[in-house]
Design a protein around this ligand. Structure first.
Ligand code: ATR
Length: 279
């Protein structure tokens, strides 16, 4: 159950969960916005996500962040889904209200806010290369398209999966040229290259040509860690500006906090503090 001595009405649910930074982030957000709330960790058994949520709600739980491996189960469990959760096909934020269960997904807006506001990179009219076609990639495509890039190329090791995403998101592409390909097909330079593959977890880099990077290119890895990821090292070695996913983590949390409480916390100090903790 939750690790707080008093009942935490907000939790992050996952398995494993001990490493999660969400309690630290949300406790700081609560202090920043003078909101009275407690936020804890909830370790759900791998075969017991639904029961864990039901028990939490019965005890008076108001909201939850959902992390690996339960985002698809949360999607199936929610009684109402936001447009961005439907597009992502996954839920990272649950809000329990009046017997209902709202499922939302704040990962994509977290990424876009970190890139547009924190990194000061205007996405409008830009050429974007998205590497990967799994859950992480799918979760960010709608907010990227809503930022009106000129071009979005989805490249994946298994090109057929990138093509499926293109077919799904074509109705949202409007003025954006949306296409799919394999890594070897990508030869042109991009303004923004986002690594949404899980390759960094295996200390691996998607095999893309170095010419996708220029000196004005922002290379963004959705992963983060103590050291720059191998993708960031590869991009930097070819002249690109680099950024990891720590800001995305903080911004997706801020959006979840807003969904629950209707108040937007400031994120800059939390980001700096997490960066310091990592180093
Ligand atoms: P996640 O939820 O993190 O997106 P996922 O849905 O399993 O996890 O997707 C993992 C993504 O990383 C996929 O795009 C996968 O490519 P495939 O669709 O071809 O499997 C990609 N990926 C994983 N390891 C990779 C590697 N070593 N090099 C390149 N791409 C990799």
């Amino acid at each position: 159950m939750t690790d707080a001595t008093s009942f935490a009405e907000y939790v992050v649910i996952g398995n494993p969960i001990a490493h999660s930074k969400s309690p630290d982030i949300h406790t700081r957000f609560a202090a920043d916005t003078a909101q009275d709330l407690r936020y804890g960790r909830l370790l759900a058994p791998l075969d017991g996500f639904v029961a864990a949520v039901q028990e939490f709600v019965a005890q008076g739980g108001k909201g939850a962040n959902v992390t690996v491996p339960f985002k698809l189960e949360a999607y199936a469990l929610a009684t109402t889904l936001t447009t961005r959760a439907k597009a992502a096909g996954a839920v990272n934020t649950l809000k329990f209200d009046g017997g209902g269960m709202l499922g939302d997904n704040t990962d994509g807006i977290g990424l876009v806010t970190d890139i547009a506001r924190n990194a000061g990179f205007d996405l409008e009219g830009k050429k974007i290369l998205l590497l990967g076609a799994g859950g992480a990639a799918r979760g960010v495509i709608l907010p990227l398209l809503e930022s009106h890039p000129a071009q979005l190329v989805i490249a994946n090791r298994t090109p057929a999966k990138a093509l499926e995403l293109v077919q799904q998101f074509q109705p949202f592409a409007e003025q954006c040229a949306l296409s799919a390909c394999g890594f070897a097909d990508v030869q042109q330079q991009f303004d923004l290259v986002i690594n949404a593959t899980s390759a960094s977890l295996q200390a691996d880099v998607p095999p893309i040509a170095p010419q996708v990077f220029g000196v004005a290119t922002l290379a963004y890895d959705m992963m983060y860690g103590k050291q720059p990821t191998v993708f960031m090292q590869f991009a930097a070695a070819h002249g690109a500006q680099v950024r990891d996913g720590l800001g995305m983590l903080v911004e997706q949390a801020a959006e979840s906090f807003f969904v629950w409480r209707g108040v937007r916390p400031r994120t800059d100090a939390v980001f700096v503090s997490l960066r310091t903790q990592l180093s």
